[in-house]
Design a protein around this ligand. Structure first.
Ligand SMILES: [Zn+2]
Length: 270
């Protein structure tokens, strides 16, 4: 599933093609992709609205329109294309928006897990999300206090979108490796210095991911090359770039988790 850097890259890449464009018509080819409003109201409500900005909150793509917001969560296989509005739509296109410049925006989703919302206030969809990890307000002290307030292992806690928005399996494994923290470390045992290392690990990993236009692996997104620079994620049996110890894989809450047993010793290990 695309994570913060991939979604950020998609939103940035859409900007030049979409900002300033007016939606002429909307075709709902698979109505169940639409969470709200009811399909009968969708086309009337979005028609005529101008796309003001493209952005992101957590893993949601947000198109700010004249009066509403269109939120898109790509989930496992969602993809967005802008292309000339001629000819038949592609297989697995779920929604198609005709624009006033002769192009169309197509939401394609093979596995149908992706979702779209048209709402007046994006907070009614994203209101439960935790802080944005790249915001100024998210600093080492805020992270330390949040870790202290929970009693969960770091890996599942960092995957929890209500704790911190935007991270998934890739960026959590990479951030924990940079911070030299074992994925099973209890959050309340993290020291202020470790919290600062984790904060820095998260920021560095996300910034590098964005700089490399995200990672292109097991989903439709094929833009970035961050997958060539992973330190731990999906590198089982390969040497840690820091110490040469072979990266190991364990299951944490059914998620494959990759770490260096030397750089990231078990809690209480040494
Ligand atoms: Zn190592």
């Amino acid at each position: 599933m695309p994570e913060l850097p991939e979604v950020e890259t998609i939103a940035r890449n859409l900007r030049p093609a979409l900002v300033g464009r007016k939606v002429i018509t909307a075709h709902l080819l698979w109505p169940r992709s639409l969470e709200t409003p009811p399909p009968g109201q969708f086309q009337d409500r979005i028609t005529g609205q101008i796309i003001r900005e493209t952005g992101r909150r957590g893993k949601f793509i947000i198109l700010q329109l004249s009066t509403d917001y269109l939120l898109i969560h790509l989930r496992m296989s969602g993809d967005l294309r802008v292309e000339p509005d001629v000819g038949a739509v592609a297989a697995h296109d779920r929604m198609v928006f005709s624009l006033d410049d002769g192009n169309r925006l197509a939401f394609n989703d093979t596995r149908k897990f992706g979702r779209v919302w048209l709402v007046e206030d994006p907070a009614c969809v994203t209101g439960d999300l935790g802080p944005e990890p790249l915001d100024e307000a998210f600093n080492p002290v805020v992270l330390y206090q949040a870790l202290q307030a929970r009693r969960r292992q770091l890996k599942p806690l960092l995957l929890d979108q209500t704790f911190l928005a935007g991270l998934g399996n890739i960026y959590v494994d990479e951030s924990l490796h940079r911070a030299c923290l074992h994925p099973l470390t209890p959050s309340q045992s993290v020291t202020p210095a470790q919290a600062e290392a984790l904060w820095q690990g998260i920021r560095e990993t996300l910034h590098e991911g964005i700089r490399r236009n995200g990672a292109s692996i097991d989903w439709v997104y094929r833009g970035g090359d961050f997958q060539n620079y992973f330190r731990a994620y999906q590198r089982t049996g390969q040497p840690c770039p820091q110490c040469g110890t072979l990266i190991e894989r364990i299951l944490v809450g059914q998620r494959g988790t990759h770490y260096c047993p030397d750089c990231q010793p078990p809690f209480g290990g040494r």
